[in-house]
Design a protein around this ligand. Structure first.
Ligand SMILES: Cc1cc2nc3c(=O)[nH]c(=O)nc-3n(C[C@H](O)[C@H](O)[C@H](O)COP(=O)(O)OP(=O)(O)OC[C@H]3O[C@@H](n4cnc5c(N)ncnc54)[C@H](O)[C@@H]3O)c2cc1C
Length: 457
């Protein structure tokens, strides 16, 4: 059995930087990857999708007539669009592999790792061990147990990034973050698109007015939205796949040429051999960790999507930062110090920080609220991109911002002003006196904060 100082399973978003820090500290480290270096984000997630979103935005801009630019015919070369996304991915993966190859003390092992005990695992029949094991195994698309789903062809988020032709009619099952990005981009590429969502509204984790504004943005681009789809099922149809929707209104079936299943993700923990270690998982298979990412078994940590404490690249990377700071730098960093932030990359994007109003009220805060439409943002007017709104909520007692949503052009960037103030634990009064650059989306933030008041007040 080969012994290392540390073993990392999964070369996603936390594993490689952790390998860098551990080898820098003089350790002999094995990093095990069963598929592609870079994991989901680089190969099938953030990078290819945001590259596709950029192509879709270009197609959308080219079709606009209000900017005074005349383009006689807008065509979308899907093969070229897909090739560009593929190349961006390959470049990032190759850079990652090159960087790992240069780490002194690192052995990159290709293969599937299965734990055999609290300090050992087997890869392709070879057993290795270490006193420290870091699990960064990520997740994969969940396939729900919906009637007929096994009898029809469908795409998941991995398959669809490789598609290089235009579906005639794409039915996106799942009206949340991943599904909506694909819905809008495919509509902009020229496909007919229907979004089917089981809940009463899109992105049901957001506040109702944000969900409604997102739905309006998508519908204005011709996307059909079927919410309250209470018994989704699938059957083969001469024109593709019939998706039964059973909405309270509208046709009971939607017939699409292609179906994208975007109904959530599940952790890659079912085939990891966790039973041999006694590492505890929750009822959905996520590895249970404490505030410092340690599992219940001493010497085993879980980082990234597989611990269910984040579902983003930046949360996986932050998990690495917490573990590295605590183990190598004598730090005292914890998960609970992290302020949630994320974006939904439709156009205009939704930038989010902290809690929603619904969450804050459920937690018993005395909430102050302020909203402004994007029509109030000069820069949005100048760009002709005034769809959406800004919203901020704060705690009346402590004058701290509890959360914010910026659904509008540049919202994915502008949200950082608020995230930074929350991270610095500053009262909102500090931002009221900021002098933002004109003309930017961020310049409305002080005005937005001036409007904070009790709801209906
Ligand atoms: C379509 C899509 C778009 C997304 N867009 C964004 C975005 O814009 N912004 C954002 O922040 N996040 C986005 N995400 C989420 C983001 O990709 C993930 O949160 C992130 O990749 C999680 O990183 P991770 O390191 O936890 O896991 P992963 O990146 O999934 O890496 C885990 C790695 O472990 C390997 N592995 C698993 N089991 C084993 C085993 N037993 N042995 C060996 N290797 C194993 C896997 O092959 C994989 O390479 C998106 C996700 C999807 C699906």
């Amino acid at each position: 059995m080969t012994r290392y100082d540390a073993i990392i399973v999964g070369a996603g978003q936390a594993g490689p930087p952790l390998a860098g820090r551990l080898t820098d500290a003089g350790m002999q480290v094995a990093l095990i990857e069963r598929k592609l270096v870079g994991g989901t984000c680089v190969n099938t997630g953030c990078m290819p999708t945001k590259t596709l979103v950029a192509s879709a935005y270009a197609a959308h801009l080219a079709r606009r007539r209000d900017l005074g630019i005349v383009v006689s015919e807008v065509g979308v070369d899907m093969a070229a669009v897909a090739a560009r996304a593929h190349q961006v991915t390959i470049n990032a993966r190759t850079n990652g592999e090159t960087w790992l190859a240069g780490l002194k003390g690192l052995t990159l092992v290709r293969g599937h790792a299965r734990l055999t005990g609290p300090t050992s695992l087997v890869v392709d029949g070879v057993e290795i061990s270490a006193p420290r094991i870091f699990l960064n195994v990520g997740g994969r698309a969940a396939v729900p147990d919906m009637p007929g789903v096994r009898d029809v062809p469908y795409l998941d988020n991995t398959d669809i990034v490789a598609v290089d032709s235009l579906p005639r009619h794409l039915v996106v099952v799942g009206g949340s973050y991943i599904g909506l990005e694909f819905a809008q981009m495919y509509a902009r590429f020229g496909a007919t698109v229907t979004v089917v969502e089981r809940a009463e509204r899109l992105v049901p984790r957001e506040d109702p007015e944000i969900s409604a504004a997102i739905q309006a943005i998508l519908e204005e681009e011709g996307i059909s939205v079927r919410t309250s789809a209470t018994c989704i099922g699938f059957r083969a149809h001469p024109d593709g796949v019939a998706v039964s929707v059973d909405c309270t209104s509208g046709d009971p079936d939607v017939v699409g040429s292609h179906v994208l299943l975007a109904v959530g993700r599940r952790p890659n923990t079912d085939d990891l051999g966790l039973d041999a270690t006694g590492v505890a998982v929750d009822q959905r298979g996520y590895i249970i960790v404490d505030d410092r990412l340690a599992t219940n078994v001493p010497g085993i940590w879980a980082l990234g999507d597989c611990n269910g404490r984040g579902a983003f690249t930046h949360t996986a990377y932050n998990d690495f930062e917490i573990v590295a700071a605590n183990l190598l730098d004598g730090g005292d960093r914890t998960l609970s110090q992290r302020i949630p932030g994320y974006a939904l990359f439709i156009d205009p994007p939704l930038g989010r920080a902290g809690m929603t109003e619904t969450e804050a009220r459920a937690k018993g805060y005395d909430v102050l609220v302020s909203t402004r439409p994007m029509t109030r943002v000069g820069r949005a007017v100048e760009k002709g991109e005034t769809k959406g709104m800004m919203k901020v909520i704060a705690d009346r007692a402590t004058r701290r911002i509890l959360g914010a949503a910026i659904l509008g052009t540049g919202g994915d960037e502008a949200i950082h002003g608020i995230l930074d103030a929350m991270s610095a634990d500053e009262p909102f009064d500090t931002l009221r006196w900021a002098v933002p650059v004109h003309p930017t989306v961020s310049e409305l933030i002080p005005t937005l904060l001036l409007g904070l008041e009790p709801k209906g007040g």
